[in-house]
Design a protein around this ligand. Sequence first.
Ligand SMILES: Cc1cc2nc3c(=O)[nH]c(=O)nc-3n(C[C@H](O)[C@H](O)[C@H](O)COP(=O)(O)O)c2cc1C
Length: 400
Amino acid sequence: MPELRPTPSSTAPEVEFISAVNVRESSELHPRPGSGVDLAYLRRYARALEDGGFDYTLVAYGSQSFDPFTVAAALSQHTERIKPIIALRPNTMYPTVAAQQLATLDQLSHGRAVVHIISGGSDAEQASHGDYLTKDERYDRSEEFVEILRRAWTETAPFSHDGRYYRFDDFGPGFPTWSGTIPVSIGGSSAAAYRVGGRLGDIFGLWGEPLADTREQIDRVAEAARAAGRTDVPRIWVTFRPIVAATDALAWEKAEATLSAVEAAHASGFLPRRLRTSGRPQNAGSQRLLDIAARGDVHDRALWTRPAQVTNAAGASTALVGSYETVAAAILDYVELGASLVSVRGYDNLNDAIDYGRYVLPLVRDELAHRRATGRRGEVVAQPPLEAPKAAKADALVTA
Ligand SMILES: Cc1cc2nc3c(=O)[nH]c(=O)nc-3n(C[C@H](O)[C@H](O)[C@H](O)COP(=O)(O)O)c2cc1C
């Protein structure tokens, strides 16, 4: 195993894991008709995430989906630790109202609320809720929205605002959060996303791209943060759909079967409108994934782009395929690159979350604990160095 030596800043990077909540038992792998919420399933799913060691769960949003606030409130009352990440589109709610709702959720959950600001990647999807701004305008609006959220959580006296998208007089003082503020995540892969997320995000969300492309995006976000005069950078969140099994060979067999099921689900129109596109998608994140898929099916240690190809890169659509060890090693590659939040959501939602919690998360955490304790790459996960992208190490540990 190659040695690692600690840089002066010393400790190995930490990682936290994210899932995505499901309100009933239906997935691309096992599509079930209907659209209701199954509270028993939601509760079971959320508890499985906590038992498995997940830290957060995204409560995604689409014009045809359930309401993330209500789901997150229910989830928070059936769990103790997991933090719901509310996906929120600024066009759906006035920012002062959003601030109150998020603060209420934060109080109800004893400080567990997180918000992920979605500027909207499809004009048609936005128009279905009466939003006719261009994508760049939507990012500008997100910027104003986040600034208002933060003020609403912290101002101690009424305040007024007269901006480009929002105007109000004497709001508040608003409803306080549990512990001062609520982490704000911003996602996307366009220049506007980097600009707004780099300036205002506590977290920046990315889809799962090859290491070199991920590093390029991390650099763009850091550049934007610097340009905005920040002395810190947003935490980086990367997103994958892992397909794991006891051995690499078994995982690849499972991957091929999964791909056929996903393809069939998409062909049957199973997915909600926001994830159904034809032609070149409008959002930069999906465009990038399709271009990456055109460069090859497998990248780095385990990144598989075929699911992106068959879904027109709808949402989270790249997989990590391999044994528990291979996938843990692949996740560690991204942690070394600087990602500290890793979203792993499977295709057989609940069972995959249980598998990750049992077999993958502990490997990643144990390896990082070993590195922190010794300053050396351990053998919890066999992780032979990769070529070029690994050359640019995370701050904390470098290959000797
Ligand atoms: C991790 C992550 C989670 C996202 N979750 C959602 C979601 O729940 N609903 C949605 O409409 N868009 C979601 N998005 C999409 C974006 O936030 C963004 O609005 C869109 O991709 C526009 O992007 P662009 O900057 O890549 O062009 C998500 C993006 C990322 C990276």
